[in-house]
Design a protein around this ligand. Structure first.
Ligand code: HEC
Length: 270
């Protein structure tokens, strides 16, 4: 019995730790939740989104991060990008379509520059989840106390520069007076004056000077990028689901056949 409770408590421990605060200090735009990731709404069937995400990755991330378990030609094929177009617009220098997507950046040099070497991102979504990645990408903000002048709500004291600030503009983390909900579900009010009681809450992200994109466009573009990296983590998801249907069908037919055979044998026993 004791061991039973031990197993149950271990089980709940893992559930709670997984639910902890997956997105660090990120505050939802309504100010109600802290540490909960935004939804990335990935869709591996949306080829247009995957293509835009790939383009974004090659232009803004590939200079530092590799996708070393993937090959260019496989990505081009999966995403429906003609090889000649891919080669012309998305490859650099003497890279070839059959190459693995490694980069030439020297890891130890990178470590000197940023304090940490930029990790390979092929399996990033398997490791952190798509919602985490998306929230990370929209959470860079100005912070003068950091060496690069930026910080990140999801990954505190991040070593990565805000490489998309020309698109997004530079976000600021600000404080606002927010109303609080009362136990009856309404808003907390002063019992005498009836005025709504507010409390200062900090950590709201606002873009004061927009970059090339407005906040809505920027979020859509980060969803595409997340969708692409999510495909990267599991490039055969589509294929797997397709094959899965046949496996299930086979199992059903096989079960029926075995049942019929079983009935046949049983006849002889009686
Ligand atoms: C100038 C180099 C550079 C560029 C360009 C860059 N990164 Fe980074 N990135 C880094 C470094 C350095 C780190 C390690 C930061 C740390 O751990 O503090 C990092 C960390 C990350 C992480 C966190 C990994 C983890 O799980 O800890 C993600 C995700 C990431 N980058 C995604 C991207 C994406 C997506 C792009 C393109 C929009 C991009 N990066 C562009 C340098 C770069």
């Amino acid at each position: 019995m004791k061991s039973f409770f031990f197993v149950i408590s271990l089980f709940s421990l893992t559930i709670f730790s997984a639910e902890g605060k997956p997105c660090g200090d990120y505050l939802s735009s309504d100010g109600l939740h802290r540490g909960i990731c935004e939804e990335a709404d990935t869709d591996y069937l949306d080829k247009a989104s995957l293509q835009k995400g790939a383009k974004m990755f090659m232009n803004y991330c590939y200079g530092c991060h590799s996708l070393k378990y993937a090959r260019f030609n496989r990505v081009a094929k999966d995403l429906g990008i003609p090889e000649d177009l891919f080669q012309k617009h998305l490859l650099f220098g003497d890279q070839k379509m059959g190459d693995l997507m490694t980069i030439s950046m020297d890891q130890s040099e990178a470590k000197d520059w940023f304090g940490v070497a930029p990790p390979d991102l092929t399996l990033e979504v398997s490791l952190r989840g798509a919602d985490w990645l998306y929230t990370y990408l929209i959470s860079f903000y100005e912070d003068e106390s950091r060496p690069l002048g930026v910080n990140n709500k999801v990954l505190e004291n991040v070593g990565m520069p805000h490489v998309l600030s020309n698109l997004q503009g530079l976000q600021k983390s600000i404080c606002k007076q927010v109303s609080q909900s009362a136990s009856n579900g309404g808003l907390k009010q002063d019992p005498l004056s009836g005025e709504i009681i507010t409390k200062e809450q900090c950590g709201f992200l606002v873009v004061e000077e927009e970059g090339e994109m407005n906040p809505k466009e920027f979020k859509a573009s980060m969803k595409n990028l997340t969708n692409f990296l999510s495909y990267m983590s599991d490039p055969i998801e589509e294929e797997r689901k397709y094959i899965g249907k046949f496996v299930v069908l086979y199992l059903i037919i096989f079960s029926i056949l075995s049942y019929l055979l079983y009935r046949e044998f049983k006849k002889d026993v009686h």
